[in-house]
Design a protein around this ligand. Structure first.
Ligand code: MOS
Length: 739
């Protein structure tokens, strides 16, 4: 019904319907299955005759596999084979196309790269044999191992040249500025750290492959897998009904999928490959480290005249992806003199790719910390500084913004948090051994729509079935897609069933870039509205006077049960949406504001977040519970990015020193205080027919900056290196006895 989304949908259709499901904080329909352990995740299928594969990871950062001594494990119990071919080994985590299979010498590009899969009858046998397998390597000197931006030996190339901006004369603007900031921030590499490790189970029936796996975008993943194996997409089916978190690490297929498929084909038995937690950390992609040079030029009132954001990221030499660090800086604040650029250093570490909010997650936290530095120079409240710098139109292209709640988020968040109680001077508030400080930051994340299809069936009994290959990676897809269909067709939620995560179903957008809900949701809306039209004509009224509620239809002085209108044959429609002109004609993003209160220990510099408020505007809220959960999760990530998360690579040999959840510190319950989330009422007709925008990543875009600013406000130490561990604070702390 919608097709290309070329014109903002301003009819507010979902405000006129009667079922009351949209926006309601409904539970996830699959929640009980998940908490009782009966939802079947990728590694949990039981297939008769299934055998197990275990990976061997390279213990060098560069070189070649000279030879694999298969005889070294030949006598071990249960061993069925060793698989090592290029298609499997080359598969980069973000899903670049695999190269043609070729037995022989393999190149090792980073420490921890899978080089062989050992398959045995049981998991224990496979792991034992993988550990015993003798492999001879020829190590060579890697390109730079360290992310050391000053090292002249690091090869650096321009990246993301399409989004680079060089406008006006920033150097002159900096010289002319009344107030300016010229600082460099640094962030370390992050792991996606999804709870469910990567897993795949491959089964062939003749030349048809069925893969049960854990992936975010299975329509796209089918194409990747078919390409890697050199077979037709028609012969590949992927099932991923439940995904235990992805955060970008499951956007593309990964080694386990290709390896399981190759081994299963050779052995003519189903093969399961489950990565260990350590293997996920070492072999599946990471978020890049960044160094960010930020320049802000302002007039006497704090109005930005210029803004510079030049970032260095990293990746393997042959990988193109570069963290789009400046993505939100492009449109967030005014300033006619602008320079935005991203470079990529070629280093030999686990490949870098998309991790939740690629770009804004680390770019916003540095920008917002630099903005705090500017506020202090100008002598202006940090909230007021942001309000003064909200541009009328996109500062480079001049395109108008679609609906934008930045000012409301700043004001509402400040009011609710009690921002007016903040003392502008550092070290002004002390409670025992702790200095207490407050900080804030804006939030912004680009909004994207992707092509999506979904099928909606209204059954003769008056039940609804929603079907798409859309995944639910913990985000609430099952809940909201059912709500959209039930709302549009007046069917109570317990008569709605949602089937997802099977590539045989109509291709949804998948889960990534915060686009799943609005894209696949719009396809569901489209299909449901087409059925609505049929119901109106069967009842004999105009579509716009049809009222559907609790299984009953009324309109034009007539009424009937919906089941009677359906009759004996189900009404089935497939809805479609594709991004169109609205994507080009409007600058689209979700916005918000973070407020944090921290305590910094006067002796040790240890920081505890005491409370945090986030106010967010992302268009229509489809489910207040699942949306709030996305924001809460994002804010937890902010705490990790601010204080603890850092992949530690050894500079001598490139190995990852903290490849598990014991040593890579994501925030745990003790680290997370009460988090307050405010969902702002908004409609964004340019963003989608739902008038909704993306929310999945918004909550992580800037909040670590608010914590950085709160640390400064607490103790007067400005930390320009994330995570802000106590060693970076303690040496700069003022005298606890004098303050
Ligand atoms: Mo997201 S990093 O596009 O899953």
């Amino acid at each position: 019904m919608f097709g290309m989304y070329n014109k903002p949908d301003t009819d507010n259709f979902l405000d006129t319907t009667a079922q009351g499901l949209i926006g309601a904080p409904l539970d996830r329909p699959e929640g009980k299955l998940k908490v009782t352990g009966t939802a079947c995740y990728a590694a949990e299928y039981v297939l008769p005759d299934c055998v197990e594969g275990a990976f061997v990871l390279a213990p060098i950062s560069a070189g070649t596999v000279k030879w694999i001594d298969r005889a070294s494990i030949a006598g071990m119990p249960g061993v069925l084979g060793v698989f090592a071919d290029d298609a499997m080994l080359r598969r980069a985590a973000q899903g670049t196309a695999g190269k043609a299979p070729a037995q022989g010498v393999q190149t090792v590009d980073y420490f921890g790269q899978p080089v062989a899969l050992v398959v045995a009858e049981t998991f224990e046998q496979a792991v034992a044999a993988a550990n015993a397998l003798q492999i001879e390597y020829a190590a060579t000197d890697p390109v730079q191992l360290d992310f050391d931006p000053e090292a002249e030996t690091t090869p650096v190339v321009d990246a993301r040249e399409d989004s680079a901006v060089d406008q006006g004369d920033l150097d002159q603007a900096m010289r002319d500025a009344i107030h300016s900031v010229d600082v460099t921030y640094r962030t370390e590499a992050h792991a996606a750290a999804a709870m469910e490790p990567h897993a795949a189970m491959a089964e062939w029936n003749d030349d048809h492959l069925t893969l049960r796996g854990s992936y975010q975008m299975i329509g796209h993943n089918v194409a990747e897998l078919a390409d890697s194996l050199g077979i037709s997409e028609k012969n590949v089916r992927i099932l991923a009904p439940y995904v235990g978190g992805g955060f970008g690490s499951k956007l593309g297929i990964s080694y386990e999928a290709v390896a399981a498929a190759i081994a299963a084909r050779e052995l003519a038995r189903p093969v399961r490959v489950v990565l260990s937690r350590q293997q996920v950390f070492r072999a599946v992609m990471r978020r890049s480290e960044t160094r960010q040079h930020i320049r802000l030029a302002a007039d006497a009132e704090g109005r930005l005249t210029g803004i510079g954001h030049e970032a260095l990221t990293s990746n393997l030499p042959d990988e193109d992806f570069a963290e789009p660090v400046t993505q939100a800086t492009d449109f967030l604040y005014r300033g006619e003199h602008r320079r935005l650029a991203v470079k990529r250093a070629k280093i030999a570490r686990t490949p870098a790719g998309s991790v939740r909010a690629p770009g804004e997650a680390v770019g916003m936290q540095a920008l917002e910390a630099a903005m705090d530095e500017l506020a202090e120079r100008v002598g202006l409240d940090p909230v007021e500084l942001r309000l003064r710098n909200i541009p009328e139109r996109h500062p480079s292209s001049g395109t108008p913004y679609s609906s934008r709640m930045l000012a409301q988020a700043l004001e509402e968040g400040a009011r609710s948090f009690g921002w007016d109680r903040r003392k502008p001077q550092p070290c002004a508030r002390r409670e025992g051994d702790w200095w207490i400080g407050m900080g804030m930051a804006s939030a912004a994340r680009v909004n994207m729509m992707m092509p999506a299809k979904a099928r909606v069936t209204l059954t003769p009994q008056g039940g609804l079935v929603v079907e798409s290959d859309q995944t639910d990676i913990g985000t609430g897809s099952y809940a909201i897609l059912g709500q959209i269909a039930g709302e549009t067709l007046g069917i109570p939620i317990d008569h709605v069933s949602v089937r997802l995560g099977d590539s045989a179903l109509p291709t949804g957008a998948g889960s990534g870039g915060s686009f799943g809900a609005i894209s696949t949701g719009s396809a569901v809306l489209s299909a449901s509205r087409a059925i609505r039209k049929t119901l109106a004509s069967r009842l004999g009224c105009r579509t716009d006077e049809l009222v559907l509620r609790d299984g009953h239809a009324a309109g034009g002085n007539r009424s009937a049960s919906i089941a009677d209108l359906v009759g004996e044959e189900a009404l089935v429609e497939t809805g479609r949406i594709k991004p169109g002109k609205t994507a080009m004609q409007y600058t689209q993003a979700s916005y918000g504001a973070f407020f944090a209160e921290v305590a910094v220990n006067v002796w040790t510099g240890e920081t505890r977040v005491r409370r945090m408020t986030g106010a967010f505007g992302f268009g229509r809220v489809l489910n207040a519970k699942t949306a709030r959960s996305q924001c809460l999760g994002g804010m937890v990530w902010c705490i990790g990015s601010a204080l603890t998360e850092e992949l530690a690579f050894d500079r001598r040999d490139g190995h990852l020193a903290n490849p598990d959840l014991a040593e890579y510190h994501v925030p745990v319950h003790r680290d997370v205080p009460d988090l307050d989330v405010i969902l702002l009422e908004e409609r964004d007709p340019a963003a989608s027919p739902l008038q909704a925008k993306g929310v999945g990543e918004l909550g992580i875009c800037g909040g670590a900056g608010a914590i950085c600013n709160a640390i400064y406000n607490a103790c007067g130490v400005r930390v320009r290196s994330f995570p802000m561990t106590l060693d970076k604070i303690i040496e700069h702390l003022p005298d606890p006895l004098a303050n």
